[in-house]
Design a protein around this ligand. Structure first.
Ligand SMILES: NC(=O)c1ccc[n+]([C@@H]2O[C@H](COP(=O)([O-])OP(=O)(O)OC[C@H]3O[C@@H](n4cnc5c(N)ncnc54)[C@H](OP(=O)(O)O)[C@@H]3O)[C@@H](O)[C@H]2O)c1
Length: 329
C-alpha cells in the first residue's frame, strides 16, 4: 500500500534543541539496532517506521553493524526509504555510525580514517542516501590518535556526506578531549550517544556536565534497559522477548531477581502516575533538559505506541523522584 504520512505528525511531539546547535530532535527517537534485520518480517519493520514518522519521530538511528547480518538494518531502512520515505527525506534526521567490527582485515574496525571513510560510503549505498544527517564514531579507539578519528569526521562533513558529527560511548574525559579537537577544526559536532536509563546512570557522573558546558546534546540509548524497564519481565521471561531469544544482547541472567524486584517497585510508582513502566522510564530521562532525545527500540507497533504515550506526562513531583531514587540506590 502506498504511504502518505499523517497530516497530524507534528501535533504532539515536542522537539528539543540539540545542545546549542541549530538542530532539533524529537524527544523520542527510534533506533534500528534490533528488530530490523534480515531475520525480521519486512512488513513489521516498515510498519514500525511508518507509525514512528506518523507520530513525529523524525530521527532514525542506525549503525553500519546493525543486523544481523551486519549492514542488514541499513538495507531494511533503505528499502523503506525507497518505498515510502523518499518524499519526506528533508523532514528526517538519519544517523549512522562506524566503530565496531564490520569487515575482515585491519581496516574494518575501530577508529582509523581509512575505516570511517570507507564505512560511511558503504552505509550510504545500503540506505540509498546521498548523505546522512549525523555520522558517529561508535566507540573510542585507544590505538588510533584522537585527532585522526576526529579529522575523519570533519572530512566527511566537509565532503557533504554527513551534516553533523557525533560520538558514542566516549567517557567524560574522552568527550572533553574530542570536543576540543572538533572545536579547533570548527566541525559541527552536535551530539553524544550514551547508554542512559534508570538502571544505567554513569552519564550523571561527569558526562552530562561536559555536554552541558560545551553546548552539545545527549541522546540516551537503551532507555528501557532493553525491556527490563517495562512490565515485560515482571512475571518471568516471556516467549519471544529479547531475553528469551538466542544470540541477542540481553542474556536471561541479566534479568535477575534484584532487577525484577526494582522493576516491580518502579511499576507501582508508574501505575500511581497513570503510566506504564516504559512510559515513566522515558519521562524520567526527559526531566533533564540536557537530554535532547530518548532513543528507544521496539519490536512491535503496540510497544512504540505505548512508549510514545510517555509524552503526555513528563513532570514528576519531588516525592516521586525521591521514591524512585530510593529504589534505584
Ligand atoms: N551507541 C551504541 O553503542 C548503542 C548501543 C545500543 C543501542 N543503541 C541505540 O539505541 C536504540 C535503542 O536500544 P534498545 O533497543 O536497547 O532500547 P530499549 O528501548 O531500552 O529496548 C527496546 C526493547 O524493549 C522492549 N520494549 C520496547 N518498548 C516496550 C514497551 N512499551 N513495552 C514493553 N516492552 C517494550 C522491546 O523488546 P522485545 O524484543 O523483548 O519485545 C524492545 O525491542 C538502538 O536501536 C540503537 O539505535 C546504541
Amino acid at each position: 500500500m502506498n504511504y502518505t504520512a499523517s497530516e497530524s505528525r507534528y501535533s504532539h511531539m515536542p522537539y528539543r534543541r540539540c545542545g546549542k546547535s541549530g538542530l532539533q530532535l524529537p524527544s523520542v527517537s527510534l533506533g534500528l539496532w534490533q528488530n530490523f534485520s534480515d531475520f525480521d518480517l519486512f512488513d513489521n519493520c516498515r510498519n514500525l517506521l511508518r507509525v514512528a514518522f506518523d507520530h513525529g519521530i523524525t530521527h532514525f538511528d542506525l549503525a553500519n553493524n546493525y543486523g544481523p547480518p551486519p549492514g542488514s538494518a541499513e538495507e531494511t531502512f533503505g528499502r523503506v526509504m525507497q518505498k515510502d520515505f523518499r518524499p519526506y527525506r528533508d523532514e528526517m534526521i538519519i544517523a549512522t555510525k562506524a566503530g565496531y567490527d564490520m569487515w575482515p582485515g585491519p581496516y574494518g574496525d575501530r577508529g582509523s580514517k581509512k575505516y570511517l571513510v570507507a564505512s560511511l560510503d558503504q552505509s550510504l549505498k545500503r540506505m540509498g542516501l546521498d548523505y546522512v544527517d549525523i555520522f558517529y564514531h561508535h566507540r573510542p579507539d585507544p590505538e588510533t590518535p584522537l585527532e585522526e578519528t576526529m579529522m575523519a569526521l570533519d572530512l566527511l562533513v566537509r565532503q557533504g556526506k554527513a551534516l553533523y558529527a557525533g560520538i558514542s560511548n566516549y567517557s567524560a574525559d574522552q568527550t572533553r578531549e574530542a570536543i576540543k579537537v572538533l572545536k579547533e577544526l570548527k566541525t559541527p559536532f552536535v551530539i553524544h550517544q550514551a547508554k542512559y536509563s534508570m538502571f544505567e546512570r554513569w552519564v550523571e557522573n561527569g558526562l552530562l556536565d561536559v555536554l552541558g558546558d560545551t553546548g552539545a546534546g545527549c541522546i540516551a540509548f537503551s532507555p528501557l534497559a532493553q525491556g527490563m524497564l517495562t512490565d515485560k519481565y515482571l512475571n518471568g521471561i516471556p516467549e519471544g522477548s529479547r531475553a528469551s531469544r538466542n544470540h541477542t544482547s540481553l542474556n536471561p541472567d541479566q534479568v535477575s531477581a534484584a532487577i525484577v524486584d526494582k522493576a516491580r517497585k518502579l511499576n507501582e510508582i508508574a501505575s500511581g502516575r497513570g503510566q506504564s513502566l516504559a512510559q515513566m522510564a522515558i519521562a524520567w530521562l526527559l526531566k533533564d533538559t540536557r537530554v535532547t532525545s530518548v532513543l528507544i527500540g521496539a519490536s512491535k507497533v503496540s510497544q512504540l505506541q505505548n512508549s510514545l504515550e510517555s509524552l503526555k506526562n513528563l513532570s514528576f513531583s519531588s516525592e516521586e523522584l525521591q521514591r524512585i531514587q530510593e529504589i534505584l540506590e
